[in-house]
Design a protein around this ligand. Structure first.
Ligand SMILES: O=C(O)c1cc(C(=O)O)oc(=O)c1
Length: 305
């Protein structure tokens, strides 16, 4: 009993995922996942916009091993605000097999950034999705960038496709590498070769240090079918979008499960089937090795590259 009550309609993560048919290459990284609490040990932030179910580091590491992954990048979830202790606890318990992305406030001190770096944090996340956070002023974010730049960190940005035109110039003014969450959330009911997704690709072309996570087909799909009950044709509407990114930017794409899949109310995917989705978006062994192993290792474990 944690004293926290899940947001109504919130779906728990999928227990007992299937074992993927696709065998992940040696050293594969889940470059986008989260821990939630447990709330009793790591309380959710007062300013959060949802209350999740608990999803602990041990459960995350068990999923890693079950799916055949080697490492995790644990991204600070908005339900923990700028209190990074649950995420840092996961990094410290991972024996070097997890790196992290933090949320910081403008008044963060150099000593705090250094401590996060020593724990394995390598990026800061700026979130512009209104249902998740009230966005901070852009000047505050640039002040944070000044703090993290000396450590070689990058900035992870989460935004909706419709907001890219307004945010593009701000993003391009950030003087450290950028990593885009969930492919910039395209509307997959639209044409993957149409002007909206072309504008996103054009943004990626604007600088060679903009990376893109080809994640979350379960969030982006419009026509499904869901990755459940052994479905082999899950989320086919998302494939052409992700594949365009993987094929044009093979050296700066990242993949992750997004476990425990915050805020899904329609269905909760079987994470084993999410792994089986990968060969559809990265059709050759070479593309898969870069997406799953080489790229995330270069960004998060450069010393092991
Ligand atoms: O789309 C979302 O609801 C979502 C939320 C969070 C978070 O709350 O941090 O992170 C994600 O990667 C995706």
């Amino acid at each position: 009993m944690t004293g926290f009550e899940k947001t109504p309609g919130w779906l728990d993560w999928y227990a007992g995922p299937s074992r993927p048919e696709f065998r992940l290459p040696e050293g594969a990284v889940d470059a986008h996942c989260h821990v939630f609490g447990p709330g009793e040990e790591f309380p959710y932030a007062p300013e959060r916009k949802y209350t999740p179910c608990d999803a602990s580091k041990d459960q995350l590491f068990a999923l890693r091993d079950h799916l055949g992954l080697t490492r995790n990048v644990v991204v600070q979830a908005t339900c923990h605000g700028a209190d990074n202790t649950a995420m840092v606890d996961a990094l410290r318990a991972s024996g070097g097999r997890a790196r992290g992305v933090a949320t910081l406030r403008r008044d963060v001190t150099d000593a705090e950034v250094r401590e996060l770096h020593e724990a394995g944090v390598r990026g800061v996340r700026f979130n512009f999705v209104r249902r998740l956070v009230d966005a901070a002023p852009q000047q505050d974010l640039l002040d944070i960038v000044e703090r993290i730049a000396p450590y070689g960190w990058h900035v992870v940005v989460y935004f909706e496709a419709a907001d890219l035109p307004d945010l593009r110039d701000f993003f391009l003014s950030i003087p450290v590498p950028l990593v885009i969450d969930h492919m910039g959330r395209p509307d997959t009911a639209k044409d993957p070769d149409g002007p909206d997704f072309e504008a996103f690709l054009d943004f990626l072309r604007a600088r060679p240090d903009i990376w893109c996570k080809v994640t979350c087909p379960e969030r982006l799909t419009v026509s499904g079918p869901p990755a459940l009950d052994g479905e082999r044709r899950a989320y086919r509407d998302v494939v052409p979008f992700a594949r365009r990114v993987v094929e044009e930017f093979p050296d700066r794409v990242l993949w992750g499960t997004d476990w425990p899949h915050p805020n899904l109310t329609d269905h909760m995917p079987d994470d084993g089937l999410l792994v089986d989705f990968v060969p559809h978006i990265a059709p050759t062994p070479e593309l898969r090795r870069r997406l799953l192993v080489d790229n995330p290792t270069r960004l998060y474990w450069p010393e092991a590259d």
